[in-house]
Design a protein around this ligand. Structure first.
Ligand SMILES: NC(=O)c1ccc[n+]([C@@H]2O[C@H](COP(=O)([O-])OP(=O)(O)OC[C@H]3O[C@@H](n4cnc5c(N)ncnc54)[C@H](OP(=O)(O)O)[C@@H]3O)[C@@H](O)[C@H]2O)c1
Length: 673
């Protein structure tokens, strides 16, 4: 290589200095700039590393405008990783970000989305992954040197004196052992469990943990046990309040491996790695030396530099890939959750009022959302509707809702019963925190069986509005019908609520079309408002059996004809048939989950799926995009409820908005009925 990769460093603390020294020995990189929060610290740092005055920046943003900087190393405390990674990527830089990549998996997903969108290399800095010792260990397990791996033990823990204002103990800086140091044991047991199964990494099926919390609410030390596929179990320990034996042990059916220095963290000198193998029945262990000419930090800089120069967006495993990092942080989330470490900035009162990228929430100017309308609802209604039924935590909800809103999505479908009542507050917090209530269409649902009666509508709506921190729902939908109650009683109470201003428009979900007609005949006769929408299941795949008790679909030709004739708006739930058009569905029933087999598996559906695959190939989109476009291109108003659990699912759903399906294509997809 003739030219070197030009690096800039953000943050001038302990690890920044280590990395700057490491770059001095790098084959591929050169340090040319630094940014600190103060000029004084930038200057002081630069003196040690010969950075010229013009490249010593007194704020982080300034470094990102430096055209000479190609790669940025982010060496700040954890809560700043996500925002500065995203800003650097958006400024066109490649990013090596210190571990843990982010404070939770949702912020990390936003970072991956940014790197993907801007085609930049982004890597989480686990330097031990770049040392030859780690690669040699992976190879040994792949070769089954100790037979089948059964148990892995990994520890990284040190005693840092308690100081509530230090990075390690401070709640606002996401202190604690799990994120700071527990990320290493997590990453190595995932790496080794994966290697034992011939993969780059594995994610645990289960995790249990105990821990000791400090007075600042961060974990001082903690232990976790993990269960992996392939009959592999792991024990891990991490801590900032106790010195432990920082080693890795792997036990297999034919022997064991001991790693006395797994983290190869010497900052000044190259580490000669050592792997000690004890084979069953052999008295003497075998010792393998794994020398390196430079420190693991230099090896890391070069693994990164080699990948950039090869035009990649991810370094090769065992250095961290995006999927590996996302699995790691998800495991750290699970570990933290088990011992109750929730940082103050992850709680409703402390949540930042800006997005992961540190910006006020706005709609992207290049969004592709389409909109429709409903009588009595003055706001435009996005034709994709975000389901508020699976966001488990506030950070999860905030990141997903922000991303949907940025893409022009403004309509959210909640329900009194979702998450046992825990979902509505998340949407409420988000709307309040982002100050977007006036821009959002809230669909509230209530009166689910067994409380499907007029009184429950009022009582539950009061509670829902309280949880949603609002005084009205733009759209109210009865979650179920109760045919034992005369329809007029429902229409009366819904009109009372509309008159009181607590709902603007209303409709029924899982209502038979005959009952909807009955309701609207009653309304007409009594000079009242009738239902203005129906929310039943609707998708290209026909629901063979109801997903949940009492569910009704409107996908059949008779229902479609009714909608086409009445032009009644349909809010289609499970519009993407709960994964039937993704790789999750297999014609071999034994590979499907129970719901897939029970609800979506039929010869007709497989034929439709086949046509979806053909058209997707032709239009160069994902099959799921065709399935969603089918819902949007009906001869009557439709809104498609989608339930992305992660940002990737949201991203891969959106291209449906760009597809134009002709009526013959729609008919052909539907087997030309
Ligand atoms: N890979 C490894 O072996 C390794 C080892 C240690 C740490 N790390 C990781 O590296 C990151 C930094 O750790 P460190 O030990 O270098 O920390 P540190 O010594 O405290 O330095 C962090 C730097 O971040 C900047 N910063 C920005 N906002 C800050 C704030 N509110 N409070 C304190 N500092 C702030 C400061 O630089 P300016 O004042 O110049 O802006 C500070 O010097 C952490 O994420 C940690 O997990 C990795």
């Amino acid at each position: 290589m003739t030219e070197k990769l030009n690096w800039g460093i953000i943050g001038t603390g302990a690890i920044a200095k280590t990395f700057a020294s490491a770059l001095a020995k790098s084959r591929t990189g050169e340090l040319i700039a630094v940014a600190s929060r103060t000029q004084e610290k930038a200057d002081e740092f630069s003196e040690s590393f010969q950075i010229p005055p013009a490249k010593r920046y007194r704020n982080y943003s300034a470094l990102l405008t430096d055209k000479d900087v190609q790669a940025v190393y982010i060496a700040t405390p954890h809560p700043l990783h996500a925002q500065w990674t995203i800003k650097a990527i958006e400024a066109g830089k490649h990013v090596l970000v210190e571990k843990p990549m982010a404070v939770n998996q949702y912020d990390a997903q936003a970072m991956v989305e940014a790197a993907r969108a801007h085609n930049r290399l982004m890597m989480e800095a686990f330097m031990y992954r770049c040392h030859p010792q780690t690669r040699a260990l992976v190879d040994l397990l792949k070769q089954k040197t100790i037979g089948n791996v059964r148990v892995i033990q990994a520890t990284f823990s040190f005693r840092g004196g308690f100081n509530p204002d230090s990075r390690l103990y401070k709640n606002a800086l996401a202190g604690g052992g799990i994120l700071d140091i527990g990320c290493y044991p997590v990453s190595i047991v995932r790496l080794l469990a994966g290697a034992a199964m011939g993969a780059d990494f594995a994610d645990p099926l289960d995790l249990k943990a105990v821990g000791h919390l400090e007075s600042t609410g961060v974990d001082g030390y903690s232990l976790a046990i993990l269960k992996f596929p392939g009959e592999i179990l792991a024990q891990i320990a991490g801590g900032i309040a106790v010195n432990q034996e920082n080693v890795v042990r792997i036990f297999g059916t034919e022997g064991r491996i001991f790693l006395p220095n797994p983290w190869v963290a010497d900052r000044a000198n190259p580490t000669i790695g050592k792997i000690i193998i004890h084979r069953n029945g052999q008295p003497e262990p075998q010792e393998i030396d794994c020398p390196a000419d430079v420190t693991a930090f230099t090896l890391e800089a070069d693994a990164f530099g080699d990948a950039v120069l090869a035009g990649k967006t991810q370094a090769s495993a065992p250095a961290m890939t995006w999927a590996d990092s996302l699995g790691n942080i998800a495991t750290l989330d699970a570990w933290r959750s088990q011992i109750g470490v929730v940082y103050d900035f992850e709680k409703p009162q402390g949540y930042p009022s800006v997005t992961v990228a540190d910006r006020p929430l706005t709609v992207a100017s290049n969004h592709r959302m389409r909109y429709g309308s409903l009588p009595n609802v003055k706001k435009k209604i996005s034709r994709l509707v975000m389901g508020v039924d699976n966001q488990r935590t506030l950070p999860h909800a905030m990141v997903m809702f922000d991303a949907f809103f940025e893409q022009g999505g403004n309509t959210f479908d909640t329900a009194f019963v979702y998450g046992g009542g825990t979902m509505e507050p998340l949407l409420g917090h988000w709307m309040k925190n982002r100050n977007v209530r006036d821009n959002v269409v809230v669909i509230a649902k209530g009166a689910h069986t067994p409380h499907c009666n007029p009184l429950a509508i009022t009582q539950q709506l009061t509670q829902s509005l309280d949880r949603l921190q609002t005084d009205y729902a733009d759209i109210y939908i009865m979650h179920r019908d109760n045919p034992e109650i005369p329809v007029g009683e429902f229409v009366d109470v819904l009109n009372r609520e509309a008159k009181a201003g607590r709902i603007k428009a209303f409709g029924g979900s899982n209502w038979s079309l005959a009952r909807v007609e009955e309701a609207n005949n009653y309304a007409k006769k009594h000079g009242l408002h009738g239902f203005s929408l129906v929310s039943n299941n609707f998708s290209l795949a026909r629901m063979v059996e109801a997903v949940w008790d009492g569910c009704i679909a409107a996908s059949d030709s008779e229902s479609r004809a009714w909608f086409a004739h009445t032009q009644f708006p349909l809010f289609a739930w499970s519009s993407q048939a709960r994964g039937f058009f993704t790789d999750r569905a297999h014609q071999d029933k034994s590979l499907n989950d129970a719901e897939m087999n029970r609800c979506w598996y039929s010869d007709d559906n497989w034929q439709r799926r086949q046509r979806v695959l053909e058209l997707a190939e032709k239009k160069k989109v994902l099959p799921i995009n065709i399935a969603l476009a089918y819902v949007l291109f009906q001869p009557f108003p439709t809104f498609a409820l989608i339930g992305p659990r992660v940002l990737e699912e949201l991203r891969t759903s959106l291209p449906a908005l760009d597809i134009e399906l002709t009526p013959p294509e729609v008919a052909w997809l539907n087997l030309s009925e």
